[in-house]
Design a protein around this ligand. Sequence first.
Ligand code: 1GP
Length: 249
Amino acid sequence: MHENTLMRIPEQFYRKQKQLAVLVDPDKLSDKQLEETARNAQKAGVDYIFAGGSLLINDNLYQSIRIVKDNCDIPVIIFPGNNYQLASNADAILFLSLISGRNPDMLIGMHVIAAPYIKLSDIETVPTGYMLIDSGKPTSVTYMSNSFPIPRDKKDIAACTAMAGEMLGLKIIYMDAGSGAERSVPVEMIRFVKDSVGIPMMIGGGIRTPEQLRAKYEAGADIAVIGTRFENNLDGMLSFGEAKTAFNH
Ligand code: 1GP
């Protein structure tokens, strides 16, 4: 079990070291693909493996995390789509409050249901302000969460939402265009939000190239989350890791 994910994220943030997370969706990857993803992630210097999805159909979160942990030494953090996505072998869970939406279940309801189970386990919680940003078309997460994303040209709404999240005591802001998004979170919005809050910012959804990764880091992303790009093609993972390392030097 890794210790102190909650400390490691801000430590790297204060040292101005950019971080990289790879998202694995247990429904989409075979056991073999999970093994290969974990091994590649280790080689590429990935900082975190996120596990989860908007909707998991197969009951294999625990098993998927076990395979990942057997094949790398990277902390595994649950990125839950709902309160059913808990597994006691994870190192931590993003305790996501969907602050861009107005669905009370996603703001606090599911958290109340999950809290006693998390408390009984060893899983560390990372209080995260989750903000969906419009990617041009509906995504699984906007549909499943029954919430509207923030319009991509409304950087002021994004900034005020992030500010409110920080004032409520959330430790990270995660701006997500949604898995497989055609259009990722705009760099102008990342820059504007970055100037408005003093906590680490995580950016995900639709990042497909090392150039895009660099652009997100330059705009102010502290952690980039990449999923779809590696689902059927692990070849590029090293170049993403290299882009991160180059940025940090
Ligand atoms: C989705 O931000 C993550 O919530 C990852 O998105 O699958 O598009 O990389 P992609």
